[in-house]
Design a protein around this ligand. Structure first.
Ligand code: GLN
Length: 487
């Protein structure tokens, strides 16, 4: 099976159906790659070898019997934020180091139902708070393009694993950029769907009004295949939207000619690295050649995204993380003196620095006397940002711009300066505040490091956004590049 690991998820699914190779062979081969690269990349928190081989054997039986689903036998990995029944779910935190979920997240159940085989749980920033995958209790994830650099975050484990072809596709979550930013920094494709498109049931909550599950894959076509199986209404998630899931795969070939593309003026700001900008502008030229019509649009309130997000997200996280109290879930301190000591030491010892920083900020902005000045004000500005997007989509079909200001940065470079770290998400947070679908695709390199192009669409335009990404990938080969040493 030479060269099998560089096959796309779509090709592997087709190969399995055509019985060119078995799921057991494929799973064994990817498990070997995961093992061989764990010490360098630290992309996984758990590897579920026995379970994966058993599921692969079952998949092979289903394939032989002709009863296969769209993903039968295809190896995938889940970000360790998704609850997996009987398998440890840590969320990258000491708090949940010993937590074994009693049920599967809806995303996990759906992909299992479609036949996908889980090989493990990927490393991530603690409770998905971060942009570099350095806040994990299990140590930092490394970027396969250069192990001295971060892979982005918080879904850095999923991104590094897909970029290094340790797995053909992985789930991820995006609260402020955690799918798109690591996709950009690792040179792969990532989609954050519309808020409400993918169930949040069993996805450990960070900021509930922003969190959305999605996928990281090598190509837009692969993303379409995975997303089609994991999207859809779920009565267990009160914000899940009850509209039919289009066939994203069938929609991939939708013609691009005439597509009205808005260039986000605010994204081409002074914070954008000049080389990064050049790659993005070259990609925009390709779109023009493909028949897209480019105009510049301005979303004047968009530059307020970061301050708004860093009020809203901590506020929601301070409430969501109150459940980790040493009593019901996860870590409990030794020999508590009394109940207060149990709470404070369990939380004090179980959570890392960044999580504590967020909880403190969130509690502060929600407290009496500051609520109006911070939280309410942030919610008002959030509405202004929403309105900016709505206005823009009155005249264009999609918006395009860079995914990140710079390519991947060095491990440790920003850990002591939270604000600099937060500014990594300056171009991604807007889509979360407005609940919009957005994709990042690789569009070139700066000094050997990948750069991402971001495409944002109106609510529930995943098919349009993915087909626009696919059109680019049909005429370019950035998405096929594999980091040196991993080909
Ligand atoms: N980097 C952002 C944060 O630290 C976004 C994280 C995310 O999308 N989960 O909150």
């Amino acid at each position: 099976m030479s060269g099998w690991h560089t096959g796309t998820l779509t090709e592997l699914a087709a190969g399995l159906r055509a019985r060119k190779f078995s799921s057991v062979e494929l799973v064994r081969a990817f498990l070997a790659r995961i093992d061989a690269n764990q010490a360098t990349l630290n992309a996984f928190i758990s590897v579920t070898r026995e379970q994966a081989l058993a599921e692969a054997a079952a998949a092979d039986r289903a394939l032989a019997a002709g009863g296969a689903g769209a993903l039968t036998g295809v190896p995938i990995a889940h970000k360790d934020i998704f609850c997996t029944q009987g398998v440890r779910t840590t969320c990258g935190s000491r708090m949940l180091d010993n937590f074994v979920a009693p049920y599967d997240a809806t995303v996990v159940a759906k992909l299992k139902g479609a036949g996908a085989v889980m090989l493990g749980k990927t490393n991530m920033d603690e409770f998905a708070m971060g942009s570099s995958s350095e806040t994990s209790f299990y140590g930092p994830v490394r970027n396969p393009w250069n192990p001295q650099l971060v892979p982005g975050g918080s879904s850095g484990g999923s991104a590094a694993a897909v970029a290094a072809r340790l797995i053909p596709g992985a789930t991820a979550t995006d609260t402020g950029g955690s799918i798109r930013q690591p996709a950009a920094l690792c040179g792969i494709t990532g989609i954050k769907p519309t808020y409400g498109r993918v169930s949040r049931y069993g996805m450990i909550a960070f900021a509930s009004s922003l969190d959305q599950g999605g996928v990281l894959t090598a190509s837009a076509a692969d993303a379409a295949l995975l997303l089609r199986e994991m999207a859809g209404f779920d009565a267990n998630d009160s914000t899940s939207v009850d509209t039919p899931v289009p066939d994203y795969v069938a929609a991939l070939e939708e013609p691009l000619a005439g597509l009205k593309v808005g260039l986000l003026r605010e994204f081409f700001d002074k914070g954008l690295d000049a080389h990064n900008e050049q790659r993005v502008r070259e990609a925009l030229k390709v779109y023009e050649q493909l028949g897209a019509r480019l105009t510049e649009v301005s979303l004047p309130n968009l530059p307020l995204s970061v301050p708004v997000y860093y009020v809203v997200a901590p506020a929601e996280c301070s409430s969501n993380l109150a459940r980790f109290d040493g009593v019901r879930f996860g870590y409990r301190c030794e020999n508590p003196r009394d109940l207060t000591d149990l709470y404070s030491r369990s939380r004090g010892e179980g959570f890392g620095t960044e999580v504590k920083r967020r909880i403190m900020t969130g509690t502060y902005v929600l407290s009496a006397g500051y609520y109006d000045a911070y939280y309410l004000k942030a919610q008002r500005v959030r509405q202004l940002i929403n309105a900016d997007f709505t206005r823009a989509f009155g005249s264009v079909d999609v918006l395009m711009g860079p995914t990140t200001p710079t390519p991947a940065f060095a491990i440790g470079a920003k850990t002591s300066d939270p604000i600099t770290m937060y500014l990594n998400d300056i171009y991604t947070i807007g889509a979360n505040l407005a609940g919009l679908p957005a994709v990042s695709i690789p569009c070139g390199f700066v000094q050997g490091l990948p750069v991402g192009l971001q495409i944002v669409g109106p609510h529930f335009s995943e098919a349009r956004v993915l087909s626009a990404a696919h059109a680019f990938q049909r005429v370019t080969d950035w998405h096929t590049r594999v980091p040196p040493g991993y080909a």
